[in-house]
Design a protein around this ligand. Sequence first.
Ligand code: COA
Length: 273
Amino acid sequence: MLDPKTNTIAAADAPPCVAYAADGPVATLSLSNPARLNAMTAAMWAAIPGQVAKAEADPDIRVIVVRGAGERAFCAGADISEFASSRSGSAAAHYNDLNHAAFAALEGASKPTVAMIHGPCLGGGLAIAACCDLRWADTAAQFSIPAAKLGIGYDPRWIKPLLRILAPPQVKELLFTARRISAADAAAFGLVNRLAAPDALGAEVAALVAEIAANAPLTVRAAKVSIDTLARQPETADLAALDAYIAACFASDDYAEGCRAFMDKRKPAFTGR
Ligand code: COA
């Protein structure tokens, strides 16, 4: 059971999991493997699509936060201790499928996703963060893709999200050197949107998601789908299909409410309809 105050799993020997907590319009997915800096086990990878689907299906949820449980780490990558059993021989393809499904679920979420990053954000953890829309990190966070130190072949499907955030020379630097870079360097790369002091990160992310959640959900959805589609297919995007999302905004009660609230000099109360 996740303790919402400390964001830790109550029992120290609780099995690794991806915990789900809903608080008003915000769903938080906590990567939890406390003994191993929240490294992802196969079961944790397998849990992500269901937890994302839960947030997607709840009409009260407007923003999804992904974080590491506890205060030590976002995620130290895949759990290397189970590679011999779960990521070798005939099991390797299944493991890769679990990875793909987890990344696809995060990338495919229609609601905005925010990675809240403290401590190590490595390998698969960095890939998870890269699949989120926004990345807020503390100044002590560290980033790397250590595949080349482990002899892991880094799947091109996981490079795609990185290339939507970073330029090819930066992705090459990360993959060729497998070096750990500081939060300041990650911010200079554009890998993270913002940095916060370690003791301020939680409050800054809470303010960020409250700000997004208070805005008109249909406008946010239209922006997200347009930006993602145009980033993936800059020349061939079906603009007419995207126009439907814009039309839904103008046809919505929220559009009328937003204009009325402006004229009344009050905050709008949006319903997503
Ligand atoms: N898989 C399995 N166990 C991991 C792990 C991972 N990816 N990352 C950390 N751990 C474990 C450590 O083995 C250690 O376990 P122990 O207490 O039983 O010895 C525990 O988590 C704490 O890690 P430790 O290395 O003692 O912490 P640190 O602060 O000295 O170093 C890191 C932190 C992240 C730099 C270091 O743990 C590390 O390099 N981890 C591996 C990262 C990696 O290669 N990830 C990619 C996997 S594909």
